[in-house]
Design a protein around this ligand. Sequence first.
Ligand code: GLU
Length: 448
Amino acid sequence: MYKSEYLNKIMNEVKLKYAEQKEFINAVEEFLDSMEFIVEEDKDIERYGILERLVVPERVFQFRVPWVDDNGKVQVNTGYRIQFNSAIGPYKGGMRFHPSVNLSILKFLAFEQTFKNSLTGLPMGGGKGGADFDPRGKSDGEIMRFCQSFMAELYHFLGPDTDVPAGDLGVGAREVGYMYGMYKKLKHENTGTFTGKGMSFGGSKVRPEATGYGLLYFVDEMLATYKNENFVGKKVIISGLGKVAKYAAVKAKELGAVVVAMSDTTGWISNPEGLNVDFIASLDDKNGKCTKQYLDKYPNTFHGSNPHEIWKVPCDIALPCATQNEINLDDAKQLVKNGCYMVAEGANMPTELEAVHYLEANGVIFAPGKASNAGGVAVSGLEMCQNAMHLSWTYEEVDQKLKDIMKNIFKMSYETASKYGNPQNLSLGANIAGFLKVYDAMKAQGIV
Ligand code: GLU
């Protein structure tokens, strides 16, 4: 229950209309918590129906994706693209290929993306898409045929100034390459309507590293501002062994931290003296699960098969970088008990709402993904910019811009949180700061 009648009305409608969309309901609820601070003081939000419109995607595509597997058998998946909000720029957001993909998960991701993209300061609206297709265990040919079929349907609705997809879980450089190849063929244009492309056809330097590096740049600002400290000697745990986690580990080490534990879906590994991050960065999960490959080389490493147990490893800073809902209330209690004082999300919504509340109530400084993992989409925005200008910036130039953007996102979130009386509440700061730009644009553009 909110104090504001307006917010109660919005939340009740969302819960009623989309009762089965749990992840989407959670994302809206978390966001409306912050709106409590501004809806009473600015009645235009209600007068212009801003929140009613914000919680409904502008457009949703759902389509059949038929393809033929290596045994000649016809397979069918469901594809989606959510064009959530275009108030401040073309729809922008990744594609997720994972068996768990459904409308609720993609709507939650696209909703969050709207505010994340706003925080980057670049002109990008919010979108997300994907399919309930599992790329794991598929041959290259199967992946290519799937991506081509997916794009044969979706290409109509994309464009460099309309909707620009990218990668997410299960979609990396290979999948982006196959999708972009088909898009280009069908559309007869080559303007870079995808980000995370290969370096030989318009990709940006630092894009692969951007989410992980950006997360570390963000936490560096947190340490400096709240603790007057830096990463040197800090014990860090990082869940996930995907691209985000690996590059977060590489940057953590570079900044002087000790990465004491990491995990994947089959379990966790830990070494209080620090894991071998260079070796981890070199692992390819095409060769099997990374924790297993690590244990094959370093059999004496502490380990376990339940990924949740990673949160029992004592640390100063925890960086959940795997997927949504990986830190629940019990995990949060473990972290607090062991002295963790900072949690920053590298994945999208990895911390359940009640866990966030517990962490914050116990003095842990928490950074929400829409702020701390915005580095990926920020460099995507820089990729769009380079494509539009037909040029390519150096690694150092892009890395510097990424640093500046992450610094600025932290500053905006921190200053906004401080303005509303709670400087440690970065969720509040990020939600309001991200919202205000979208709100301003929606108000200016009339009821559309
Ligand atoms: N999937 C990433 C995210 O969640 C990146 C999106 C993009 O680069 O468009 O922000």
